[in-house]
Design a protein around this ligand. Structure first.
Ligand SMILES: *[C@@H]1O[C@H](CO)[C@@H](O)[C@H](O)[C@H]1NC(C)=O
Ligand SMILES: *[C@@H]1O[C@H](CO)[C@@H](O)[C@H](O)[C@H]1NC(C)=O
Ligand SMILES: *[C@@H]1O[C@H](CO)[C@@H](O)[C@H](O)[C@H]1NC(C)=O
Ligand SMILES: *[C@@H]1O[C@H](CO)[C@@H](O)[C@H](O)[C@H]1NC(C)=O
Ligand SMILES: *[C@@H]1O[C@H](CO)[C@@H](O)[C@H](O)[C@H]1NC(C)=O
Ligand SMILES: *[C@@H]1O[C@H](CO)[C@@H](O)[C@H](O)[C@H]1NC(C)=O
Ligand SMILES: *[C@@H]1O[C@H](CO)[C@@H](O)[C@H](O)[C@H]1NC(C)=O
Length: 771
């Protein structure tokens, strides 16, 4: 057996050999009203306007009891404002959601509404009537051994369940989510228990997360109805997960060698034990405790303390989702049985998991908030972090320093918002497995704990908000609009993940979004690609330049390591060829790249209205010297900027290369390339791309998204990339300036409205250099 220190070498060692899935050896100009896209796509209107008489002050107060946040100025005008803000929210209801995209993006109406779209505000005194009541449990000196006297103690304490029905009535979001959870639970009720499936090196993680998702829904509906049929159904799900048909009949039933599985099942059992505590018989409680201790917690203790097992590698030196998910699951289960547990294992583990999470999980975001494992792994990491932190707070009265272990942790909420484009996220690197119980709803917790209401206002519009945690983390007294005061651009400068996010609007589904990155090619838990210079581009409701995403996690050596000779970099989706960047000499980028970046913005913030018109001189740019990413070039620089009031994009490369040069961009669009112009069409929209001042021999060509025939071959063939076209400019060795201009064909722009920018060297770019 490997020992801990041997498996922790290099930052990304896979203790499992190849293939481990998580640890890799681990408008403005125009704001159109929601438009139906051609081709029969539907727009679903969620949340029809709900008109509810607002119950003010005293009545609700009588029901909810004393409130933490009482109005200091309960004047008549404040009451009027309260009533106005709350009724406006109900009149608007929830925004529609696009059903024609993978991401079900919210659709914001073109409207101004000063009363509803104010600055983000957390529990304004005017909305106190719909705030959560004060927690009656507040231990004088918080301690793990001081547990909340009543149940539930995990995330959703009794006083919140008592207040929830009334809050649901006054808030369209809670109302919609409650209904969805009931529907989901009803659906799960009719299904047989989750069938055991060992998915190679991905283990039984899908099983574990699906069980957890169901248990949360059953527990929620039980507590909202007192109907024990949900408890009975939950019991059969729990029994199934410890039955002889579910894995080996020994202590490895929950697959501790892939500890995420063990942790997520432990969390599921913990939630079941705690949320349905009053409905279980003593025998059932004894059984659940015995199961979670044998298959979950005892393995957790081994992971931490037994030097002969290798499956606890994530407990140190792992600033990524593994540490968050593993410690989170062990913590939830331990807290749930604390006091009833006579073995001492729960107390022992709490003494280990909290410190480990503070030193690892909490440090997963860089000091600029970027989740260094990739934008998708943010979901897994922040879910684990949020569940653990919230459960500690509700069960013990203290977060034990989780929230402050990383003084920049709050920035990871902002990171997520800026990583979201108009159509979908800037989804570089690996995308992770099925999410099931994993969501972005930690944003609700961060909104409250980090006093950042825009996070909650953002997340409540998202499709994955409808699940039980939101019902307790979201505070309906919040008011305002997330876009009000949101800067259009944000730049993330930590060397690990230098990147920029630029857009023309936060609320126009057709807005322009450009995101581009440099950063290091190592240090991302082996979830990244060799992609310095990579970018995505959205406009007109379509992604024009996009990502290929994960390869097959079960491919040999996919996660072997991130050294230059790793076989990971032979897979097309991971190699430089598969990215939207420059390829030199048709070889991969240098894994030791240390690019530098520069950027600037005219700094506009969107205001209250969803109809936002950027000033005519509004712009932003981002440049990188990425020479260090290449082996056969003297200099490689790339820059991108927004032109013409953010309606056009210039992508400029300055290259002095001893090897061949390939400019590559992957697109789902249909491409018609001819000479120095390419016409891209998709979703009934058009984008023209042209090479300005084209160097001799520079013209567009296209290919399928696959490796060059003479590339070295990976251990197994690549996954195909159907319907993806690569737009290419191929040139021999030499010195070039490539200026590629992207002109989305906005419906309100005539040909003469497009600008042709001057030629300006990247080092001379400024906010006014292209006026
Ligand atoms: C964690 O990393 C530090 C610094 O690189 C190293 O000294 C330590 O040995 C590592 N710990 C383990 C358990 O590998
Ligand atoms: C929650 O949703 C269910 C199903 O639609 C509904 O029966 C119930 O009344 C809702 N709860 C509240 C408090 O509105
Ligand atoms: C929950 O219900 C919603 C609304 O019907 C649906 O869109 C969603 O797919 C369901 N989720 C699951 C996991 O079944
Ligand atoms: C469920 O039972 C609890 C405790 O007896 C009670 O407070 C609550 O009102 C009941 N809820 C429903 C929907 O009957
Ligand atoms: C193509 O579209 C799919 C589905 O929306 C998306 O996941 C993928 O990233 C897109 N690929 C590119 C290269 O844009
Ligand atoms: C990295 O992985 C490759 C296989 O992809 C292997 O041949 C090589 O030895 C590994 N290097 C290190 C330092 O582990
Ligand atoms: C590729 O295009 C074909 C034909 O339009 C379509 O049937 C297929 O679903 C597409 N495949 C993917 C993965 O989008």
């Amino acid at each position: 057996m490997a020992n801990y220190s041997s498996i922790q070498q290099g930052g990304n060692p896979s203790p499992y050999g190849s293939g481990d899935p998580y640890y890799a050896a681990s408008t403005g100009y125009i704001t159109p009203a929601p438009v139906k896209k051609s081709g029969g796509n539907n727009w679903l209107k969620f949340g029809l306007p709900v008109l509810i008489i607002v119950i003010v002050g005293g009545v609700v107060g009588g029901i909810l009891g004393t409130r933490k946040h009482t109005s200091s100025s309960s004047t008549a005008s404040a009451d009027a404002a309260a009533s106005s803000a709350a009724s406006v929210k109900n009149q608007i209801g929830r925004f529609a959601t696009a059903t024609n995209s993978e991401w079900m993006m919210p659709v914001y109406p073109s409207t101004t509404n000063a009363a509803a779209f104010g600055a983000p505000s957390l529990i304004p005194s005017t909305n106190a009537a719909v705030a959560w009541p004060q927690d009656p449990f507040s231990p004088a000196s918080p301690d793990i051994l001081t547990t909340r006297p009543d149940r539930p103690r995990l995330i959703a304490p009794a006083y919140k369940w008592a207040a929830l029905p009334q809050l649901i009535k006054s808030d369209p979001y809670l109302q919609g989510w409650n209904k969805t959870i009931f529907g989901n639970a009803t659906n799960y009720m009719s299904l047989p228990p989750v069938v055991y499936f060992m998915d190679g090196d991905s283990g039984i993680l899908d099983n574990a997360r699906e069980i957890k998702m169901r248990i949360k829904a059953f527990g929620y509906v039980y507590r909202m109805t007192n109907d024990t049929q949900w408890v009975t159904r939950a019991w059969s799900e729990l029994q199934n997960a410890v039955s002889s048909s579910f894995g080996p009949n020994d202590n490895t039933k929950w697959n501790p060698t892939h500890f995420l599985d063990t942790a997520e099942l432990s969390a599921a059992f913990g939630i079941a034990y705690d949320w349905m505590y009053d409905a279980w018989s003593d025998d059932q409680k004894t059984t659940i405790r015995a199961n979670v201790i044998q298959y979950g917690l005892n393995n957790g203790v081994s992971a931490y303390t037994d030097p002969t097992v290798f499956f606890g590698w994530w407990r140190t030196n792992t600033t990524g989702n593994w540490n968050c998910v593993c410690n989170g699951g062990l913590t939830l289960a331990s807290l749930s049985i604390l006091g009833d547990d006579t073995t001492g294992v729960a107390t022992q583990l709490l003494g280990l998991t909290v410190d480990s999470a503070k030193q690892n999980c909490a440090l997963a975001p860089s000091d600029d908030g970027t989740w260094s494992e990739t934008a998708h792994y943010w979901y897994f990491g922040t879910t684990g972090f949020s569940e653990m932190t919230s459960a500690l707070m509700t069960a013990t009265g203290s977060d034990y320093g989780m929230l402050t272990a990383n003084s920049n942790f709050h920035l990871t909420g902002m990171f997520h918002m800026y990583a979201y484009g108009t159509t979908s996220p800037f989804d570089w690197g690996d995308h992770g497995p099925n999410k099931f119980s994993t969501t972005a709803n930690g944003l609700f917790l961060f909104a409250e704990q980090y006093k950042s209401p825009q996070f909650a206002l953002w997340q409540r519009e998202q499709q994955d908000a409808a699940e039980p945690w939101s019902m307790f983390w979201y505070d309906p007294s919040i008011s305002g609009a997330f876009w009000n005061g949101a800067a259009l651009d944000q730049f993330f400068d930590n060397q690990l993940d230098q990147w920029g996010s630029m857009r023309s609007s936060w609320t126009d589904g057709h807005a322009l979004y450009l995101a581009i990155k440099a950063g290091k090619n190592q240090g991302h838990q082996t979830h990244n690609d060799l992609d310095v210079g990579d970018f995505v581009l959205d406009a007109l409701g379509t992604r024009w330049a996009g990502e290929l995403g994960s390869g097959d996690y079960r491919s040999p050596d996919y996660f072997s390591n991130d050294t230059q000779t790793s076989n990971r970099w032979l897979y097309y989706r991971k190699m430089t060829e598969g990215q939207n960047t420059i390829l030199i000499n048709r070889v991969n980028q240098n894994v030791l790249a240390l690019p530098t970046v520069n950027h600037d913005t005219t700094g506009e913030q969107q205001g209250s209205s969803t109809v936002y018109t950027v000033p005519s001189d509004s712009t932003a740019f981002w440049t990188t010297d990425m020479t260090s990413a290449y082996f056969d070039a003297t200099s490689v620089k790339r820059g991108a900027r927004l032109l013409n009031a953010r309606r056009q994009v210039l992508l400029q490369d300055e290259i002095n290369s001893q090897g061949t040069v390939d400019w590559r961009m992957h697109t789902n669009a249909t491409v018609d390339a001819s000479g120095t112009t390419a016409t891209l069409t998709r979703d009934g929209q058009t984008m023209t791309v042209s090479i300005l001042n084209a160097p001799a021999g520079a013209s567009f060509s296209t290919s399928m998204a696959q490796r060059y025939a003479d590339d070295p071959t990976p251990p197994v063939p690549d996954q195909p990339n159907p319907n993806i076209t690569v737009l290419i400019i191929s040139l021999p060795a030499g010195q070039y300036t490539l200026e590629v201009l992207f002109n989305p064909q906005w419906p309100d722009m005539a040909a003469s409205d497009f600008v042709t920018p001057p030629s300006v060297p990247l080092d001379s770019w400024s906010l006014t250099s292209h006026n």
